[in-house]
Design a protein around this ligand. Structure first.
Ligand code: IPE
Length: 269
């Protein structure tokens, strides 16, 4: 029997204040980490990924890093964005270590190569060995070298997608996305109170859901949500299921990790 392994993402909007550059939400980070600690004490294994929120997104927008090496500032910009992503990773690592959790950071930009923002190669042997020793590898949304554009943004979802496909034969995987809303809605729930909650996304409604997500406005929540759903559905086709939950609701993460029912959108095939 394969061991269960969770791939958990802390969304950037959850762990930072997206309206204020370089502002972590330390109370939320500390609570989520305590929930992980509780789950780990019950034998739960996981890889943790986190978004960048208001740390690298500001510089990434300034230097248009997602477009590649487009002008003479691009190489410098790529380094600045990476540095900003690392600053938030340092805060997350500080809190994990303060909580006494065995976690170790893995720097995606140093071990991966992308092509048009899709990861083609990644040297994951150290990560696999850390897992065997019961350590939580910590990855994060980063920049990366890109064979087509020079550089790109490697989102946490893209990193987790690559890892999931590489680890699925060895582990029984389940992906948990912690966001600031309960899951996927027909419209942006933060702007439209009449938006309807979607409990499950599968081959039955995926086309309809994609239409909702691409026609609604609000880059942060819905643009991000479409990217997430596309990647999660791609993984569902490979037999890897996932759930999007609200990380602002206390104990949601702990409950999912310990097998208790939680409100969220399930993505399966
Ligand atoms: C973004 O990573 C990383 C950079 C801009 C370098 P993610 O796409 O995973 O982050 P969030 O969750 O949207 O903040």
């Amino acid at each position: 029997m394969r061991d269960r392994l969770f791939l958990v993402k802390f969304g950037g909007s959850l762990i930072t204040d997206k309206t204020k550059p370089y502002t972590p939400r330390l109370d939320v980070i500390k609570r989520l980490i305590m929930e992980i600690k509780d789950a780990v004490s019950e034998g739960v294994k996981l890889i943790l990924g986190h978004g960048g929120g208001s740390f690298p997104h500001v510089s990434a927008t300034k230097y248009q890093t997602h477009k590649g090496f487009i002008n003479e500032d691009s190489v410098y910009g790529m380094a600045v964005v990476h540095n900003d992503a690392m600053k938030l990773n340092k805060i997350i690592m500080d809190e994990l270590l303060n909580a006494g959790i065995k976690a170790f950071p893995i720097q995606p930009s140093s071990i991966a190569i992308a092509e048009n923002s899709r990861i083609k190669e990644m040297y994951i042997k150290p990560l696999k060995i850390l897992l065997k020793y019961g350590v939580i590898p910590v990855v994060y949304g980063d920049v990366g070298v890109d064979l087509k554009k020079g550089c790109c943004i490697m989102s946490t979802e893209e990193i987790l997608r690559y890892l999931a496909l590489k680890l699925k034969d060895e582990y029984d995987l389940f992906i948990v996305m912690c966001e600031v809303v309960d899951g996927v809605y027909t419209e942006d729930p933060l702007k439209r109170p009449d938006a309807e909650f979607i409990e499950e996304i599968s081959s039955k409604n995926i086309d309809e859901v994609k239409k909702y997500l691409s026609s609604s406005h609000g880059i942060d929540v819905t643009g991000g949500m479409l990217h997430k759903v596309n990647i999660l559905f791609e993984l569902a086709k490979e037999g890897i299921n996932s759930i999007i939950i609200n990380g602002l609701v206390e104990n949601n993460l702990k409950n999912v990790l310990t097998g208790k029912p939680v409100r969220g959108t399930i993505i399966k095939y």
